[in-house]
Design a protein around this ligand. Structure first.
Ligand code: ATP
Ligand code: MG
Length: 647
């Protein structure tokens, strides 16, 4: 493949950023040479009630697995996000809320946030919720979702946020899994002009969850909903009965802060558990350096609070840093595909953080909807969730950012709590499609299938050699699954499940999930490379490739291709695409079969579910696995109906 283009650090960025190349290198070396000393110093970036004396107590040994950071310190996460800013930033806007309709918005200062969170916390207490209880939050993207999360943190309850797009069954499963006794929801949500019956879904879910004793319902639309006597309360009514003072509960650094289920791209979601101290240190520090957040910046992460990105980079990281964080209720295509950029113009957004799936959807619509907005305020762009295809990267950089804004392609996982591999905008030259270099304290290693560490420019299974403060501590209620999933295949290391390539400059390129690796005539290939080649074709909007049994090659390459708006599938185009991939990567990567796909199966967080595509390619329709996290099950039926060479 052709050499990737390199984008050097702009001069003004190197000057103004918290870390330039030199500073990054020095700090990184210090963090690896002496993790204990490094984190002893940086742990102080948050406020402790009782300071820690111990920093790190970790063993990755299967027989004695434990991960503890700052274990004798005490603190409160909500106090770090709110109270500590009241002295200097009480009137600074903490949350800008942008509603589904462009006319609907609201600004909440740190002082107002304090009052709202205290009241919400008192409502929880009045419902009998106490430290250690699990509270399920099933909410639309409204400020009350943030208040509810911070209120749990304030009283030491453990929140489990379930994305508002999930079905009653999925909700019930997550309530049962963590034995939660309280649900916070809304009458209805609103997204892209459509209503989502959250309360009705909750009622249906709770038919299976008799242990839930209280349901707190926030009014969003005023829609008609049923209220069950003795169980359900309206938030507004409960709020009117409580005071605005609620001292934060003193929590140990290793007390749980939240449980969050992974997206389910590879199988049944895991209840990832994060604790308080290390998570707060790590999310605030990564937010500070990766987004180079300065005090007057307006920062927008487009994720939903139902995903870890929403936890770490809408809420905890930014608020711990006293940031102004934007929370968006709607979708990027409503009322028009210009919406994201209109919101940037309206609120003067400087830092914009989104997912490749959203970018590819917007790219399909062409440059017009972008170009009619100004985007003058934008200074930095970010990406997370999947490998970003170089084509999408360049579009983001040139069309959205007009060549002016660095892109931070941030690789991380629900399990990692925060960003592990990413450029720092003032320090790292960029290569489109590469997440570039590790954050402070992170030591990536690539190993072969036998666990042997590979040196230099190479490709393998991505592991992390040692712990960092934001790491998950266990799978809730199933510590054995934690050990088996992450610490067994490659003993002594954390295994990420992702494949990765390291180039001559030490840059990391995520090649996709290890389970999805293609093995064509003995050549192992990541899915990302082949997909990126397809997406680089002018007529292709999105592509997913999987392996399928092939008599001669062992595995053949099966490609699902979504065309740009206005393009028609044809036999000629099919041949052209095969030729195109041959010339972009080489004959070994030529797709054997191409299926036109009007849509691809994705998780509700927008990630392509290749395991389902693999089953379809294998003609194995009866055994699709856990499909409960699928955003649109209809897509799968269409793909099955149109399976190539159905036999
Ligand atoms: P499950 O673990 O349930 O299968 P999931 O892995 O999709 O679901 P998440 O924790 O939301 O759950 O996603 C983390 C994964 O997303 C990573 O392991 C990686 O595969 C992918 N990913 C995230 N960010 C990036 C990125 N910048 N570049 C490449 N891949 C990324
Ligand atoms: Mg995962």
């Amino acid at each position: 493949m052709s050499e990737p283009q390199i984008f050097p650090v702009p001069q003004d960025w190197a000057r103004r950023a918290y870390a330039d190349e030199n500073a990054y290198r020095k700090m990184y070396e210090a963090s690896i040479d002496n993790p204990e000393g490094f984190w002893r110093e940086h742990g102080q970036r948050i406020d402790w009630i009782k300071p820690y004396t111990k920093v790190k107590n970790v063993s990755y040994d299967k027989g004695d697995l434990h991960i503890r950071w700052f274990e004798d310190g005490t603190l409160n996460a909500s106090a770090n996000c709110i109270d500590r800013h009241l002295a200097h930033r009480a009137d600074k806007v903490a949350i800008i809320w942008e509603g589904d309709e462009p006319t609907d918005d609201k600004k909440i200062t740190y002082r107002e946030l304090h009052e709202e969170v205290c009241k919400f916390a008192n409502v929880l207490k009045a419902q009998g919720i106490k430290k250690g209880d699990r509270v399920t939050i099933y909410m639309p993207m409204i400020p009350e979702a943030a208040y509810a999360m911070l209120a749990c943190a304030r009283i030491g309850a453990v929140h489990s946020v379930v994305f508002g797009g999930f079905s009653p069954d999925s909700l019930a499963g997550r309530i049962e899994d963590c034995a939660s006794n309280c649900v916070i929801t809304a009458d209805e949500g609103v997204r892209g002009g459509r209503k989502i019956p959250l309360k009705a879904n909750t009622d249906k879910a709770l038919e299976k969850c008799p242990d839930v004793k209280s349901v707190i319902v926030v009014k969003r639309t005023g829609g008609d909903v049923a209220m069950k006597d003795g169980r359900d309360v309206w938030y507004e009514e409960a709020k009117a009965k409580v005071g605005a003072d609620c001292p934060p509960e003193e929590m140990n650094a290793e007390d749980p802060l939240f449980i969050l289920y992974t997206s389910g791209s590879t199988g049944k979601p895991k209840g990832v558990m994060h604790t308080t101290g290390g998570y707060m240190v790590y999310t605030s520090m990564t937010h500070h350096y990766v987004f180079d957040y300065h005090d007057d910046d307006v920062y927008w992460c487009t994720a939903d609070v139902g995903w870890v990105t929403g936890h770490s980079y809408i809420l905890y990281g930014p608020l711990a840093n006293g940031a102004t964080t934007l929370m968006f209720e709607g979708v990027p295509t409503y009322p028009s595909p210009s919406r994201s950029w209109e919101v940037c113009d309206k609120h003067g957004v400087n830092i914009f953080y989104t997912a490749p799936t959203a970018l590819r959807a917007l790219m399909r619509e062409g440059e017009g909807p972008v170009k009619k907005t100004s985007r003058k305020s934008l200074r930095l762009l970010g990406s997370v969730g999947e490998p970003i295809n170089p084509e999408a990267w360049l579009w983001y950089y040139n069309v959205v950012g007009e060549g002016r804004c660095p892109i931070v392609d941030t690789w991380w996982q629900t399990e990692t709590g925060g960003i592990l591999i990413s450029p720092l905008p003032g320090a790292t030259a960029l290569k489109p499609g590469s997440a570039t270099l590790p954050f402070f304290g992170i030591k990536p290693v690539l190993v072969d299938n036998e666990g042997k560490e590979l040196e230099g420019a190479t490709q393998g299974n991505l592991c992390i050699a040692d712990s960092w403060p934001g790491q998950m501590r266990t799978v809730y209620g199933d510590h054995q699954r934690f050990i088996d999933t992450y610490f067994s295949q490659f003993p002594g290391k954390y295994f990420t499940g992702d494949g990765c390539r390291r180039d001559e400059d030490g840059y990391y390129w995520i090649t996709g999930r290890v389970d999805d690796v293609l093995n064509v005539s003995g050549h192992r290939m990541g899915t990302a490379e082949v997909e990126s080649a397809l997406v680089a074709h002018a007529k292709v909007a999105e592509a997913a490739v999987v392996g399928y049994p092939h008599d001669i090659k062992g595995q053949g390459i099966y490609a699902y291709v979504t065309l740009n708006v206005g393009e028609e599938p044809s036999e000629e185009l099919r041949k052209e695409l095969v030729q195109w991939v041959r010339s972009e990567i080489g004959p070994i990567a030529s797709p054997d079969l191409i299926q036109w796909a009007p849509g691809l199966p994705k998780t509700r967080s927008g990630k392509i579910m290749r395991r389902i595509l693999r089953k379809i390619a294998e003609n194995d329709f009866s055994n699709l696995g856990d499909t409960s996290t699928l955003a649109d099950p209809g897509v799968v039926n269409d793909l099955i109906d149109n399976r190539q060479n159905k036999s």
